[in-house]
Design a protein around this ligand. Structure first.
Ligand SMILES: Nc1ncnc2c1ncn2[C@@H]1O[C@H](COP(=O)(O)OP(=O)(O)O)[C@@H](O)[C@H]1O
Ligand SMILES: [Mg+2]
Length: 260
């Protein structure tokens, strides 16, 4: 079953002067299968965050076809999919405790209040932060804040999880640990994940399939299935990520040479 499908998307922003437009996508098409982990790889400014914002319903100003499949509700009636979003910065509300940050999304997401307490304790436990439930965001390390924002995305039991370079601001040790933890949560919950990154190693480690976005106006220029063990020690992971880096840099360098 397809969870996310985009066809012939055209998206433009007004340029800085407001006289012309910046064409971000022109004829973009892609799809993500239910429970698939897809990494979107592309260089800075190619439109990755814009794409997640469109899928997440934060940006509706585009043309083309976007379809999202929700879970089958009672009587197999399709419901609107619930979307969890993890941003590059944690975006926690600084005046609320860890516990109340999670409660806030449950309330605004319309989740019945009798489920709040059990969902919050489940997810704070899964990300190892139950004992920090009364702490405020400024009292946590960067890795802990990002863990809270991951718990906040999972706590609403989303059908689709959107992640926008969530680990790029973390040091390599914390980033590696967080990726391992994310895979564990993903295996337990079997969500559909659309994960944006510009890190080839990260993409090869996490993804079932990698979609490479070209330069603006962007389209999917390449699709790379990944069928290697998700193991940091694996030689295959290293080789795949070197190969992918060459492929991606080759495209970028070709473009730069073409301009000179
Ligand atoms: N709100 C906006 N207004 C105008 N231009 C924007 C806006 N958001 C993004 N852009 C432009 O769209 C392009 C893609 O941006 P973005 O999706 O943030 O790229 P990425 O996430 O791949 O780095 C960039 O050229 C950026 O300047
Ligand atoms: Mg971005």
């Amino acid at each position: 079953m397809t969870a996310v499908s985009l066809a012939e998307i055209r998206k433009a922003f007004p340029d800085q002067e407001g006289t012309d437009e910046v064409l971000v996508f022109d004829g973009l098409s892609l799809s993500v299968r239910d429970r698939e982990f897809v990494c979107l790889l592309g260089e800075s400014g190619c439109g990755k965050s814009t794409l997640l914002n469109m899928v997440g319903g934060l940006d509706r100003d585009f043309s083309g076809h976007l379809a999202l499949e929700g879970n089958a509700g009672p009587d197999s009636v399709k419901t609107d999919p619930r979307i969890g979003y993890v941003f590059q910065e944690h975006r926690l509300l600084p005046w609320l405790s860890v516990y109340d940050n999670l409660k806030f999304v449950l309330r605004t997401g319309g989740i019945p209040s009798d489920l709040w307490s059990s969902s919050i304790s489940l997810w704070l436990d899964r990300v190892g932060l139950w004992e920090f439930r009364n702490a405020y965001p400024h009292q946590l390390s960067g890795g802990m804040r990002q863990r809270v924002s991951i718990a906040r995305a999972f706590v609403i039991d989303p059908d689709i999880l959107l992640m926008d370079e969530p680990f790029s601001g973390l040091d390599e040790f914390t980033g590696r640990q967080m990726r391992e933890e994310l895979l564990q949560l993903w295996r337990q919950s079997q969500k559909t994940v659309l994960f944006v990154t510009h890190n080839c190693f990260e993409a090869c480690y996490l993804a079932d399939r990698i979609l490479i976005l070209g330069n603006r106006p962007a389209r999917v220029t390449d699709e790379v299935p990944v069928d290697i063990p998700r193991d940091y020690e694996s030689e295959e992971l290293f080789e795949r990520s070197v190969g992918l880096t060459r492929k991606v840099l080759g495209t970028g360098l070709g473009r730069l040479r073409g301009q000179s």
